[in-house]
Write a protein that binds this ligand. Structure first.
Ligand code: BJW
Length: 251
């Protein structure tokens, strides 16, 4: 059993505003590969070849194929006990009249499927896709037309279909980053979960919370790039540590 500090549990019990930032490590135990861990997505595919607009335009079939593969993975997997614990934490806080924001860098929809309600998607969602020219949302049938030999094109204007995710060099959805920054600034307690904290502006949110006086706890299997700035670092897989946090809170 993890021994959370008394000050962490006290702050969480009395918190009026809680914000959480999640990253790929939160979905690792569901079977979704992370980006930068050994065996993660970036080990098999170079990000510069896949996650930016130039790369997409240079080789749309490769990038569309990579996302088709990832869509298949996320449709098959299930939320893990870490996702479920966060949905429970939201209920626990809001039932007491507090506010709870779940800011996620993940594009896999697993928080929503686990029952989390106030989810802020910073990097989009790979289940949504649209035409780069006319903006039309792609349907299931459009996506099903993907084959490894051909490009996925809009049935209306014949231009390329891309995933509704944020690539390097692209702006985050303005409302999402605004709401996430506000929730971080106002939070009494902030949890940074399963993220390497190397991609900005997301990685700056725990730091904003800390500078604004929040208690900031990191949950990870190893210290992140910003671990030294945290109030507390809880090491261990989130499928174990987050349910234990709920148990401790309820105890
Ligand atoms: C576990 C676990 C278990 C594993 N339990 N834990 C400031 C400074 C420097 C650079 C910049 C800056 N501001 C902006 C930039 C540029 C750039 C950037 O940050 N570059 C850095 C890499 C240097 N940022 C951008 O371009 C952003 N846009 C932007 O800022 O726009 C304004 C602008 C525009 C133009 C010019 C200038 C400014 C956009 C960033 C978009 C990121 N997109 C991706 C792909 C999304 C689509 C897709 O999914 O394909 O988002 S990249 C990828 O990284 C993905 C993730 O959301 C993101 C973060 O990764 P994450 O989630 O942290 O995963 P990992 O794998 O890195 O870490 C997993 C962690 O889990 C590890 O720590 C494990 O230990 C842990 N773990 N198992 C607990 N069981």
């Amino acid at each position: 059993m993890i021994a959370f500090s008394e000050s962490f549990i006290d702050r969480l019990r009395s918190a009026e505003r809680v914000a959480v930032l999640t990253g790929a490590g939160t979905s690792a135990e569901s079977g979704v590969p992370t980006f930068r861990d050994p065996g993660g997505l970036w080990q098999q595919f170079k990000p510069e070849e896949l996650a930016n607009m130039d790369a997409f335009l240079r080789n749309p079939t490769l990038v569309q194929g990579w996302y088709a593969h990832r869509r298949e993975i996320v449709e098959k997997v299930m939320p893990n006990p870490g996702h479920l614990a966060l949905a429970e934490l939201e209920m626990w806080i809001t039932d007491r009249g507090g506010s709870f924001s779940l800011i996620t860098q993940n594009v896999d929809n697993l928080h929503q499927r686990a029952g989390s309600r106030n989810v802020i998607e910073l990097h989009g969602n790979l289940t949504r896709n649209y035409c780069v020219n006319c903006g039309r949302d792609a349907t299931e049938e459009d996506l099903a037309a993907f084959s490894k030999d051909g490009e996925l094109r809009c049935p209306k204007c014949d231009d390329l279909i891309r995933p509704n995710v944020v690539w390097f060099g692209e702006m985050l959805p303005p409302e999402a980053i605004e709401n996430a920054t506000y929730a971080s600034e106002k939070s009494d307690v902030f949890l940074s979960i399963g993220t390497s904290a190397v991609v900005y502006p997301a990685a700056g949110l725990p730091l904003i919370a800390r500078q604004s006086g929040a208690f900031v706890a990191e949950f990870n299997i190893e210290p992140s790039a910003i671990a030294s700035e945290m109030s507390e670092v809880i090491l261990g897989p989130v499928g174990e540590s987050l349910p234990q946090l709920i148990q401790t809170l309820q105890g």
